[in-house]
Design a protein around this ligand. Structure first.
Ligand code: AP5
Length: 214
C-alpha cells in the first residue's frame, strides 16, 4: 500500500507518518526532510533552496520530483508514505507516472484537516532534537524529562528557520493556492479520505488506521 498524507503546515503529517512507520514498517518519504538534509550537507542544490524554504515558498517541481524519483529507486516495493509530496498538480502527475512505471499506485490520500488558528500554535510551539530529529511541542508534546530528548537522550534542540509567523503566512498561502487543488484531483479519482486533525495525536492515528483497514 502507498499513501499520501496531505494537509497544511503543522497539520501533523510528519508526526503521523513516523507512527505509521513504527507500527506498520512502511517507509516515510518526506520532501521537506530531504531538502533540509541537502541544505545541512551544504550541497549546491541545498544552498539554492535554503532561501526559498526560509521564506516559506515552494521549491521547484523539477528539484522535488528529482529527489523523490531518486529515493523511490532505493525503496524495494510498495509501502511508502509520501509526506509533503506531491504539493502541485505537476508533482501529482509525476508521482502517478513514477509509480505506474513500477506497477504500483497510490491507494489512499489522507487529508489531515486542522483549523488555521491551531496550525499557528502548533508551528510556533514546535522544536526538535538536534541529534535525532525527534519532534516535540512546547505544550502538546514536551519531552518527558525537561531538556532531554525522549528518543535519544540528546540535550540540544532546534527550531526550524521557516517556523516564524511571517514564513508560516507564506506557507499557508502556498498550501491554499498550489496544494489544495490536489484535493479535488484526488477526490475525482476516488482516492481521497480525510481525518479530523484537531484531536489528540492518538485519536488522529486511530482514524488513519481505520482508513488502512477499510
Ligand atoms: P515540510 O517540511 O513538508 O513542511 P510542511 O508541509 O509545512 O509541514 P510541517 O513539517 O511544518 O508540518 P507537519 O504537518 O509535518 O506537522 P508536524 O507533524 O511536524 O516542507 C518545508 C518546506 O520545504 C516547504 O515550505 C517548501 O519550501 C519545501 N518543500 C517541501 N516539500 C515540497 C514539495 N513537495 N514541493 C515544493 N516545495 C517543498 O506537527 C507540527 C507540530 O504540532 C509538532 O510540534 C507536533 O508535535 C504537533 N502536533 C502534531 N499533531 C498534533 C495534534 N494532533 N495535537 C497537538 N499537537 C500536534
Amino acid at each position: 500500500m502507498n499513501i499520501i498524507l496531505i494537509g497544511p503546515p503543522g497539520a501533523g503529517k510528519g508526526t503521523q507518518a513516523k507512527r505509521i512507520v513504527a507500527e506498520r514498517g512502511m517507509v516515510q518519504l518526506s520532501t521537506g526532510d530531504m531538502l533540509r538534509d541537502a541544505k545541512a550537507s551544504g550541497t549546491e542544490m541545498g544552498l539554492r533552496v535554503a532561501e526559498i524554504m526560509a521564506r516559506g515558498d515552494l521549491v521547484t517541481d523539477e528539484i522535488v520530483i528529482g529527489l523523490i524519483s531518486e529515493k523511490l529507486e532505493a525503496v524495494p516495493s510498495a509501502g511508502v508514505i509520501f509526506d509533503g509530496f506531491p504539493r502541485t498538480l505537476a508533482q501529482a502527475d509525476a508521482l502517478d507516472a513514477l509509480l505506474a512505471s513500477r506497477g504500483e499506485k497510490i491507494d489512499h490520500v489522507v487529508e489531515i484537516r486542522v483549523d488555521d488558528d491551531a496550525l499557528v500554535a502548533r508551528i510556533t510551539g514546535r522544536f526538535s532534537c538536534a541529534s535525532c530529529g525527534e519532534v516535540f511541542h512546547d505544550t502538546a508534546r514536551p519531552p518527558e524529562r525537561e531538556g532531554v530528548c525522549d528518543a535519544c537522550g540528546g540535550t540540544e534542540f532546534l527550531r526550524r528557520a521557516d517556523d516564524s509567523e511571517s514564513a508560516l503566512r507564506t506557507r499557508l498561502m502556498s498550501y491554499y493556492k498550489q496544494t489544495s487543488p490536489l484535493l479535488g484531483f484526488y477526490h475525482a479519482t476516488g482516492r481521497l479520505r480525510f481525518v479530523d486533525g484537531m484531536g489528540e495525536m492518538d485519536d488522529v492515528a486511530q482514524a488513519i488506521s481505520k482508513i488502512f483497514e477499510s
